[in-house]
Ligand binder design. Structure first.
Ligand SMILES: [Zn+2]
Ligand SMILES: [Zn+2]
Length: 260
């Protein structure tokens, strides 16, 4: 009788793949939530709630940079007319620029279906929101409202990344989530590749707010802000339904052309 001498946990360099290594990545993420979302390093207990090690959290581009309070761009803290947002706009909070390695994190979450990465992204957004709330209290009853994904994308992806982020932020921050608060009432062309004016026209009237939003104070939640057209359409629809958006919250903001 042959003696099975294979060790329980062979080093990865042997090429031996234990059964758990063959599980789908999304399932592994849920079973093994103690790896850093970016470097896959082992997280200590203090870091595991954030889903990311301290070094990687610091490496997010522009994480500590001063930003325009209105549009979230790295223009310095003062609002400038060049930022493209009206001075009367509600504030925009973002965690970092949409640039390496933050873009890799978002792509793996949304397109690679690495759902557990949403924990790290959502935790970073919740931390950003919490820092804001330290300085500026939100009215009681304020709810998180996810910007809805286009139906064609939902069908292709099988899950709604932004709704998942809103739930995670809600779990971290204690704020309720206004689920199904906004719906896409018509499909739109994908925004990437469209010029700024086309992005706005493409989306106008694409969303409708639920009557349940009436009278509610709302924090709009999206994963990335590029031109801002999508989140502004969500804001318009929420307002039209009687809601009161007070803040925009996104994980990353595409840097302005020509900026660092
Ligand atoms: Zn890391
Ligand atoms: Zn600005």
């Amino acid at each position: 009788m042959a003696i099975d001498s294979a060790p329980e946990a062979p080093p990865a360099s042997t090429g031996y793949a234990p059964a758990w290594r063959r599980l789908p990545q999304a399932l592994l993420d849920l079973l093994l939530p103690r790896e850093c979302a970016l470097c896959a390093g082992v997280l200590d207990p203090a870091e595991s709630a954030a889903g990311m090690c301290v070094e990687c959290a610091r490496s997010l581009p522009g994480a500590d940079a001063p930003r325009c309070a209105v549009c979230g761009l790295r223009n310095g803290t003062a609002h400038r007319p060049s930022c493209g947002a009206g001075a009367a706009s509600i504030p925009t909070l973002v965690c970092c620029d949409y640039a390496p390695p933050a873009d890799r994190l978002v792509t793996a979450f949304k397109h690679g279906r690495r759902l557990a990465l949403g924990r790290a992204i959502g935790a970073a957004m919740a931390a950003r929101l919490e820092a804001y709330r330290q300085a500026q209290a939100l009215p009681s009853g304020t709810a998180l409202l996810a910007v809805p994904i286009a139906p064609s994308r939902l069908a292709g992806r099988g899950f709604d990344p932004t709704a998942l982020l809103a739930r995670r932020i809600g779990a971290c921050s204690g704020l309720p989530v206004a689920s199904a608060g906004l719906a896409r009432i018509r499909d739109t062309r994908p925004q990437p590749g469209l010029a700024r004016a086309s992005r706005r026209d493409n989306l106008h009237g694409a969303m409708r707010g639920s009557p349940a939003l009436a009278g509610r104070t709302l924090v709009l939640v999206d994963d990335i802000i590029t031109s801002g057209a999508t989140i502004r359409e969500a804001e318009r629809a929420a307002l039209a339904a009687g809601g009161r958006p007070v803040l925009r919250l996104a994980f990353a903001r595409t840097p302005a052309p020509g900026s660092a």
